[in-house]
Design a protein around this ligand. Structure first.
Ligand SMILES: NC(=O)c1ccc[n+]([C@@H]2O[C@H](COP(=O)([O-])OP(=O)(O)OC[C@H]3O[C@@H](n4cnc5c(N)ncnc54)[C@H](O)[C@@H]3O)[C@@H](O)[C@H]2O)c1
Ligand SMILES: N[C@H](CO)Cc1c[nH]c[nH+]1
Ligand SMILES: [Zn+2]
Length: 429
């Protein structure tokens, strides 16, 4: 972990290194992932099975890649009643939030002789990636499938790695509750390639959404164009802005909540109070020892954990905006005063009683969020990701007469005669 002060010599260089976190290793991963994608594209199921064996230690034939009805039934029998109820609460709250995002087809009749609008069409087939390498994520099933369902997607195909062939029953139950149509036990870059290009067993989809580790995030970036993608949602990140108020025990727990996801996860605290920062640093050390995933969280904290002491809240906000974190906690006295100053963040958690984990599971907004500074231009996963829009244009004869001459004029400016004639012929009618 690095403990930095904005006023210390060399701060800027150290800060820039934080912002550029992982760029070097990113290039190496890209080479590996490119190889996997082109292999799956060329050899289909045969390559998919080989990589699944190599990375997930799962040996089966192509038919064995799809989860069967009997496996879903077994999963429901294994799940505790209270756990099932909690998953249902999450589905219900996430659905209620995403219902508000739904957009309708519209036609404007502002002009009596011209009608303009937008037709909203759900995607026919989407692939949702549910991570499963180092942890199981029933919550990611819900966060991806529910908005797809709300949007009216025709078919939802889910992929999830099952290391050692262990299928997590909560993941399967969540898939059923959220309305997933088919589930394949594959993961990593090979699963993304299979969904992008299709194999004899795995259907090709129109868009791939969902979070994953650096291999998954890189694969999605590389297949973009062949298939739609939602965003780059890679290793988790949290940044906490603090003004000295609140409880260091809580903030340490919040920082570790993201560190425990992945050795590549990053946790940053920017505080205006040095002694608060020191207390959080000590508390993180104490809490690390209590975690079942201590090894992962410790590696992440040692490599990408940072505590920064800022001169004031404005300074803290400016640095946060440059980092553009996936999750931003405003652990300050008046979060609603700070929130308008935030320009780059995937999700903003406000106040001392809104731990980031509330959003991971069931607050309602999506937990699939942009990472690696991409919150500068990406938004959280939403219903919008599962629809496409077509423009609607209708001219009456009068409408064309009213604006047609200007069309002809602009066509002339571009030297495109046929364009102009397609209008002028009609004007002569
Ligand atoms: N940004 C978000 O919205 C969000 C949400 C949830 C989780 N996450 C992140 O998702 C990730 C989940 O990671 P995970 O590892 O548990 O599961 P994962 O499913 O993302 O990755 C597992 C797969 O990675 C591939 N892989 C692992 N090592 C490899 C190697 N050396 N070469 C090639 N491929 C390799 C394998 O194919 C394996 O199946 C974490 O980084 C977590 O922070 C992000
Ligand atoms: N924090 C993750 C997004 O970066 C989402 C998640 C799922 N389960 C727990 N956390
Ligand atoms: Zn989390």
């Amino acid at each position: 972990m690095q403990f930095l002060d904005i006023r210390e010599a060399g701060f800027q260089a150290k800060f820039d290194a934080i912002v550029e976190r992982g760029e070097e290793s990113g290039r190496e991963v890209e080479e590996v992932v490119l190889g996997i994608i082109s292999d799956v594209r060329k050899r289909g199921d045969a390559a998919l099975l080989e990589y699944t064996h190599r990375f997930d230690r799962l040996e089966c034939d192509a038919a064995g890649l799809e989860i069967t009805g009997a496996e879903f039934e077994k999963a429901f029998a294994q799940v505790d009643e209270k756990d099932l109820a909690a998953l249902k609460v999450a589905v219900e709250r996430v659905a209620r939030f995403h219902e508000k995002q739904k957009q309708q087809t519209w036609l404007s009749t502002e002009e009596t002789d011209i009608m303009l609008g937008q037709k909203v069409t759900p995607l026919a087939k989407v692939g949702i990636y549910v991570p499963g390498g180092k942890a199981c994520y029933p919550s990611s099933v819900i966060m991806n499938a529910v908005p797809a369902k709300v949007a009216g997607v025709g078919e939802i195909v889910m992929v999830v790695p099952t290391p050692g062939g262990e299928t997590n029953p909560h993941v399967l139950v969540a898939a059923k509750l959220a309305g997933v149509d088919r589930v394949f036990r594959i993961g990593g870059a090979q699963a993304v390639a299979a969904l992008a290009y299709g194999t004899a067993t795995v259907p090709r989809v129109d868009k791939i959404t969902g979070p994953g580790n650096i291999y998954v995030a890189t694969a999605k970036k590389l297949v973009f164009g062949q298939v739609g993608i939602d965003m780059i949602a890679g290793p988790s990140e949290i940044l906490v802005i603090n003004d000295g108020s609140g409880n260091p025990v809580h903030i340490a727990a919040d920082l570790l909540s993201q560190a425990e996801h992945d050795e590549l996860a990053s946790s940053v605290l920017i505080t205006t109070d040095r002694s608060f920062g020191e207390k959080v640093a000590a508390e993180v050390e104490r809490q690390l020892k209590e975690l079942s995933r201590e090894a992962i969280a410790r590696k992440s904290w040692e490599s990408f954990g940072v505590i920064i002491v800022a001169g004031n809240l404005e300074e803290a906000v400016a640095f946060s905006n440059r980092i553009a974190p996936e999750h931003l906690e405003l652990a300050v006295e008046n979060p609603f005063e700070v929130m308008p100053l935030i320009t780059n963040a995937g999700a903003i958690f406000m106040g001392h009683y809104t731990p980031e984990a509330s959003g991971d599971y069931l607050a309602g907004p999506n937990h699939t969020l942009p990472t690696g500074g991409t919150a500068r231009f990406f938004s959280p996963l939403s219903v919008d990701d599962f629809v496409k829009k077509s423009s609607l244009i209708y001219f009456t004869k009068g409408g064309l007469k009213r604006v047609g001459e200007d069309v002809v004029r602009i066509a002339k400016l571009e030297g495109l005669d046929a364009h102009g004639r397609s209008v002028s012929f009609r004007l002569e009618d």
